[in-house]
Write a protein of this length. Structure first.
Length: 258
């Protein structure tokens, strides 16, 4: 989607420009309408504009809630990933065989890799390297499960490593694929433009407007749109998932030196 490819600052500036242009166009149309000596019902125009603004506010609130929910989910998955990695690491340390130490080594490498999330722009490479490391980790589990002395502890280790693999898939889905749908963005911008057009038109048929108030309202709506876009992007902007838990876990595993 084009909106996801644009820098956030450009989304904000572009939205402000679009809203101001729609308001100005509406005002020009309203003034032209009155000059043509064609009467307009101010009450009707005001009611229609209020209805547009109410619908816009509803869709904005819905979209903001959706984007905030996605951000909260990503934050929760960071905590969950740290827990399952540490659980697998500690259980692998209880194994008396060399496979336990090998599994711990791979988990240390994997945790170090996960700690770099948010510090790299090459997300596809990070996902690919994570999957390769998990494949190596599962190879160690396959060797462990093929042994004759496969008991309850070994079963717990296999289950813990499976959880590590599962949480990786969930984080990829939440961080890369979970977005506010394009149709909602389209509806938001369409309603925003129509609402500002209606407000400008109403001011035009009345023959008066407040540029400062109109500009402030336009910027306010644009800022809300910016916040929705910000929450919808986990790798950039003002709101990002806190990776400190993964980094602290990696420190405890001895992969990051002070």
């Amino acid at each position: 989607m084009l909106l996801n490819d644009l820098p956030l600052w450009l989304v904000l500036c572009g939205t402000i420009a679009m809203v101001l242009a729609a308001s100005e166009l509406g005002f020009i149309l309203g003034v032209r309408r009155t000059r043509q000596a064609k009467s307009e019902s101010e009450v009707q125009v005001s009611s229609l504009t209020a209805a547009h603004l109410g619908l816009l506010a509803f869709i904005m609130a819905f979209s903001f809630s959706m984007a905030a929910g996605h951000a909260d989910k990503r934050k929760g998955l960071v905590l969950e990933e740290a827990i399952v990695i540490e659980d697998a690491y500690l259980k692998a340390g209880l194994l008396a065989t060399s496979e336990g130490a090998e599994i711990q080594n791979v988990l240390r490498d994997y945790t170090r890799l996960r700690a770099t999330i948010g510090e790299t722009d090459d997300v596809p490479a990070l996902i690919r390297e994570s999957k390769e490391t998990l494949t190596l980790l599962w190879s160690g589990i396959s060797v462990l499960s093929a042994q004759d002395q496969f008991g309850e502890l070994e079963h717990l280790v296999v289950e813990s490593v499976s959880n590590v693999i599962a949480i990786n898939e969930r984080r990829v889905a939440a961080g890369v694929r979970t977005r506010v749908p394009f149709v909602i963005w389209l509806s938001l911008y369409l309603l925003l433009v129509l609402s500002m057009l209606g407000m400008g038109y109403f001011s035009g048929i009345k023959g008066q407007r407040s540029p400062i108030a109109n500009t402030a309202l336009s910027i306010s709506f644009s800022v809300v749109m910016f916040l929705i876009a910000d929450l919808d992007r986990p790798r950039e902007g003002l709101v990002k998932p806190d990776q400190s838990l993964i980094k602290e876990l990696s420190l405890r595993m001895g992969n990051i030196q002070n």
